[in-house]
Ligand binder design. Sequence first.
Ligand code: B16
Ligand code: MG
Length: 224
Amino acid sequence: MVKFNEIKGFAFDLDGVITDTAKYHAQAWQKIANQVGTKWTPQLADSLKGISRMDSLEMILKAGNHENEYSSEEKVKLAAQKNENYIELIKSLTPNDILPGIADLIKSMQKQHYLLSLASVSLNAPVIMERLGLTEAFVGRVDPATLKKGKPDPEIYIKAAQIMNLPPEQVIGLEDAAAGITSINEANETSLGIGNSQTLSEADLIFPNTQAVTLDAIAEKMNI
Ligand code: B16
Ligand code: MG
């Protein structure tokens, strides 16, 4: 693992790291699952974290063996319907919805002149970042519409480093989902996982929750 003093930038996942939009994604998808007749389970909800909208729909259909029952057009309509449900739910987001410790972490990074970029596959990321009051803190974000492949492919984290003009070795990627950790590792960045140490066992650094992530704690883990 690289030493902490080589790090110059951080690439943030959004859902599960900066804010808990997962609960809104789950609510919105549950309606679609009911509609297509797929049983909604916490495991299914978990497996959709970090997965793009259309890929999530495919997984929901597959979980109920309905993958061959819908045309491409019908799938696009179902995904659009999910997004309408979701947009309704995120209307009430405010800076109070930033996960514990993350606003302070971002402030301390800015103070120490680290660069920050956003590596979210969510097409709704710009409006969410605006509502959280965080847009200005980031030098930029990867536009998920430009990606050939979503997480776990490394493309999104490679682009997140390029946005900061940094080589991947100087970047730490922060993620709550296993697919995201794989993406960071394959991009040759240092992976920081937030959550369950079993699910995130591939991460270079693991923190149990967002509150535990501070620059000091990261430095301590990397310099041993
Ligand atoms: P949208 P992340 C991901 O966000 C979510 O974890 C995932 O559940 C969602 O399906 C995906 O964004 C796409 O979101 O429908 O808004 O484009 O973790 O990459 O920040
Ligand atoms: Mg996430």
